[in-house]
Design a protein around this ligand. Structure first.
Ligand SMILES: Cc1ncc(COP(=O)(O)O)c(C=O)c1O
Length: 442
């Protein structure tokens, strides 16, 4: 990698917030792990998030000064919906307060309710499952494919019963889940597929944007997301009838798009504000370039990390033509690191200047599920035998193992420079060389 930046690279770096990372060069590394007092592989921060520039400030102030802060008065939410729908190639987009409300609205529109079962992955953010529970439906967990960290589509059919009402797969970390298999199962069993694309902005399955292949698809624009307005969400669909139900439900069940008193169903206020929409319109201008940079860095990182014994980057399915890399995920095999426990490996990486986490814990084992099923409402809806059997149907051993082995990097790290990726690789290699010392001194 050259040490100077061209003008074009400087402009690109400025737009993704990279100059600070470039300016602060890494400290000289020694082979002694930083956790044991050696010099860290890197001392510079990774690119900060969110990217804020003049255009965001201008757009924000325009909404503020207009006094039209609510979408029923302003035009930003509508504009954002049009742009996001056309970017993704969908007929309709509905902006929502956040990703959780997008899921709740979608489940309502699909008629999911008490007594229904919804197929979900155990390896996801809790909101996927909470949205199902808020409908007083039963989440049915299907184990994870450890090679990809996605729901194991080959195991979905065995989980379907006459009570199944919807399949809710997640494109976890921005990597498309096996949509060929899932959509085929949906068709065969006449079940709608609701795509949780909350982490998968611009990801593609066979060159089509995820969220547009199922009956409905949901996004989150919460602060950490690749497209961000602090909070925010959206529903994408090509089905005009479903869109109209979602639109109405999210606007207190009104029969039109306005603020009158004509109600046609129950609903809630789950509308996006004009401030959120204005920020999204501006952030959208960078999303393609940022996404491209993440893909390039992630491809490079995968090539390097795959060469390290005991490190297995999450594989993509052959139909996945674009990964959003909201998370960069790999599995860590401690036996190839002289038995160095994952927690110690993570601590060593952090000490080397590489932020990381161990990712999710098994959702299907969360104690709050039992509390929910013990609630008065659940006991009134479900026979005791069905709730007792639920436990036996929801073991996910592959997911349990993945939760013990996973290591994650965040999307902002993938916005760095090539040399940042080299430093990540070196920070992973170092604990392998020094595993015994790290174990001895733990
Ligand atoms: C997979 C997944 N589903 C749903 C959500 C919920 O989105 P929000 O936080 O915007 O409500 C998130 C957000 O983190 C998510 O990662």
């Amino acid at each position: 990698m050259r040490n100077h930046l061209t003008r074009r690279q400087v402009l690109g770096a400025a737009s993704t917030g990279l100059l600070a990372a470039k300016a602060a060069r890494p400290a000289a590394a020694t082979d002694k792990p930083a956790l044991l007092g050696g010099g860290p592989v890197r001392s510079a921060p990774f690119p900060s998030w969110p990217v804020i520039a003049e255009n965001e400030e201008r757009a924000w102030m325009q909404v503020l000064r207009s006094g039209k802060w609510n979408r029923l008065d302003g035009d930003n939410a509508r504009q954002f919906e049009e742009t996001w729908a056309s970017t993704l190639g969908a007929k309709h987009c509905l902006a929502t307060a956040n990703g959780t409300s997008a899921l709740i609205i979608s489940l309502n529109a699909l008629g999911v309710g008490p007594g229904d079962e919804v197929i979900v992955p155990p390896y996801t953010f809790v909101a996927t499952v909470n949205a199902v529970l808020l409908q007083h439906a039963l989440p049915v967990f299907v184990d994870t494919d450890p090679e990809t960290s996605q729901i194991d589509a080959r195991k979905i059919e065995a989980a379907i019963t006459e009570r199944t009402r919807c399949i809710l797969p997640v494109h976890l970390g921005g990597s498309p889940t096996d949509l060929d298999t899932i959509l085929e199962i949906g068709r065969k069993h006449k079940l709608p597929v609701l795509e949780d694309a909350c982490q998968a902005h611009l990801a593609e399955w066979r060159k089509r944007k995820v969220s547009t292949l199922g009956s409905l698809g949901c996004f989150s624009f919460q602060a950490s997301k690749n497209l961000n307005s602090g909070e925010g969400g959206a529903i994408l669909t090509n089905d005009t009838d479903l869109y109209q139900v979602c639109q109405s439900f999210h606007n207190n069940g009104r029969g039109d798009t306005g603020s009158g008193f004509g109600y046609v169903r129950n609903g809630a206020n789950l509308r996006m504000t004009e401030f959120q929409a204005a920020l999204l319109i501006e952030q959208l201008k960078r999303v393609e370039e940022q996404s491209h940079r993440r893909e390039q860095n992630a491809a490079y990182l995968t090539k390097q990390l795959a060469e390290i014994p005991g490190i297995r980057p999450a594989r993509m399915y052959p139909g996945a033509t674009r990964n959003a890399y909201h998370l960069y995920m790999f599995r860590y095999d401690q036996s190839v690191f002289a038995g160095l426990p994952r927690a110690r490996f993570l601590a060593a990486l952090r000490a080397e200047g590489v932020p990381c986490s161990g990712g999710y814990t098994p959702l299907n084992k969360e104690p709050f599920l039992k509390h929910t099923f013990d609630s008065r409402a659940y006991r009134a809806i479900y026979p005791a035998r069905q709730l007792a059997e639920w436990q036996d149907r929801n073991h996910c051993p592959a997911n349990d193992k993945l939760c013990e082995e996973a290591v994650w990097f965040t999307q902002t790290m993938m916005l760095g420079l090539r040399e940042d990726m080299d430093q990540i690789v070196e920070a992973v290699r170092k604990p392998q060389r020094q595993a015994e010392a790290l174990i001895e001194r733990s």
